[in-house]
Design a protein. Structure first.
Length: 219
């Protein structure tokens, strides 16, 4: 099956007859959206779902931009941007959802430790007023900021699929830095894909460019 390429000289349509601009926009929207879907889906399913999905998305987007459209630099940057977006999108979505829609519960930190798995991740064991004991980790906002015996607030998933988000005080304020960073990475990822698509080159154009570079300078 032929790889999608711009028509020689024009670059306005693909080998399938789809306008180059339209296909570029579709890729520019699809890549960051799929990245966010995998990152958020990993919260509900498993971490491996997010990891494998992000690696697959980064590979496909990078190869398509770098080899399909002959924009190696943009392809490399797209792959990096996909992984960065996925790294931020999951935790930010977790925080935003539970802070805005979670049910509040008071709890007490009864123990803090680090997982003995070589990663050094923090773990907080908390007890709700109902007597339920939970072990929360970095994904749930447990770092070294909590101490044993400290009263905390949990924001619980109304559906019950996610572990609660832990906060030292009763606040539903969102992490604006995380939101801005995620939004910026979303735009950058889509923008890189759009640039690669609109500036795509055929194999013949790449070969001609290399030939011009190798040609001796005119006397």
């Amino acid at each position: 099956m032929a790889t999608e390429q711009a028509v020689k000289g024009g670059g306005t349509s693909t080998s399938r007859g789809v306008p180059a601009g339209l296909s570029s926009v579709l890729w520019a929207v699809a890549v960051p959206v799929v990245t966010v879907v995998f990152a958020v889906g990993g919260l509900y399913l498993t971490l491996w779902f997010a990891v494998v999905g992000l690696l697959l998305t980064a590979t496909v987007a990078g190869v398509w931009a770098g080899m399909g459209w002959n924009r190696a630099g943009a392809g490399t940057l797209v792959a990096v941007a996909v992984m960065a977006l996925g790294l931020f999108a999951g935790p930010v979505a977790h925080d935003t959802y539970l802070k805005q829609y979670g049910t509040k519960a008071d709890a007490l930190v009864v123990d803090t430790a680090q997982e003995k798995d070589g990663h050094g991740r923090d773990v907080c064991r908390v007890v709700e007023t109902s007597g339920k004991v939970r072990d929360l980790g970095n994904t749930e906002n447990c770092y070294a900021q909590f101490k044993r015996g400290q009263h905390v607030v949990l924001y619980k998933d109304p559906i019950g699929n996610l572990k609660p988000w832990i906060e030292a005080t009763d606040t539903r304020d969102l992490d604006t830095t995380g939101l801005v960073t995620t939004g910026s990475l979303f735009v950058v990822t889509g923008g890189l894909m759009l640039y690669a698509g609109l500036r795509r080159r055929t194999d013949q154009q790449v070969a001609q460019k290399k030939q011009r570079r190798r040609a001796p300078a005119a006397a």
